[in-house]
Design a protein around this ligand. Structure first.
Ligand code: MD3
Ligand code: FE
Length: 211
């Protein structure tokens, strides 16, 4: 394996039209210290949703734009509302990974300007939703999984129904674009891994082009 990603004919699985999984594409041991550095200047927080609930998944951001929600709605913001400072820059290795993963499945020239970092504890889940606050849906979203395995769910064009379930493991990278860009998706309640009792959380990084 390369320092950051396996760049020699990586395995690619298309699990849904234009939804690609690159199993074990990256090395979480390289990424984790970079996440920790970001979290020191922009700590994980539980945001308030417009519905008035706190999310059980904690979140922070790096990049020119950061995802934020409060009682007034969801939006991308240039400054961290908790510190009034710009979000930390996207580390060069993150950019290299996102661009390389997108390129590998056919999305050339992807230049993400927003990088959301989700932190799941055991018991955390993410309900079915679409990601539709970005300006141009021609750009894909690239997601990177670190830590505990999670069951990712694809509901498709409607919010509910019986999903396609897919297990995402540490180091897996997923790329979504084209006809899958606006599909409903979620993450099932995170479970402990009896075989790796020291791993107690999952971090998911998503790269987007917000503007
Ligand atoms: C499919 N995060 O942050 S990442 C999110 O594992 C989010 O934390 C999940 O959904 C997680 O919004 C899944 C994969 C992902 C991200 C964006 C998508 C899948 C997507 C947008 C459209 C379709
Ligand atoms: Fe999402």
């Amino acid at each position: 394996m390369h320092d950051l990603f396996s760049d020699f004919r990586p395995k690619v699985e298309e699990i849904y039209p234009e939804t690609f999984v690159l199993p074990h594409f990256t090395d979480s041991k390289v990424l984790k210290p970079l996440v920790n550095t970001i979290v020191r200047s922009a700590p994980f927080r539980h945001m308030m949703t417009p519905m008035g609930y706190y999310t059980n998944v904690a979140l922070t951001n790096c990049g020119s734009w950061g995802w934020h929600s409060d009682i007034t709605g969801y939006r991308y913001v240039k400054q961290d509302p908790q510190t009034q400072r710009n979000w930390p820059a996207i580390p060069p290795k993150f950019m290299q990974l996102a661009k390389n993963a997108a390129q590998t499945v056919g999305f050339a020239n992807f230049e993400p300007d927003a990088c959301l970092i989700n932190c799941y504890q055991i018991g955390s889940q993410l309900g079915s939703h679409q990601d539709k606050n970005e300006q141009d849906f021609k750009w894909p979203i690239v997601s990177v999984s670190i830590g505990l395995p999670a069951t990712f769910q694809i509901f498709g064009k409607i919010r509910s129904g019986s999903p396609i379930n897919y297990q995402l493991l540490d180091g897996d990278v997923m790329v979504w674009g084209g006809k899958s860009r606006l599909i409903y998706h979620g993450v099932k309640k995170l479970q402990a891994d009896k075989l790796n009792p020291k791993t107690q959380q999952r971090i998911n990084i998503t790269f987007r082009k917000a503007r």
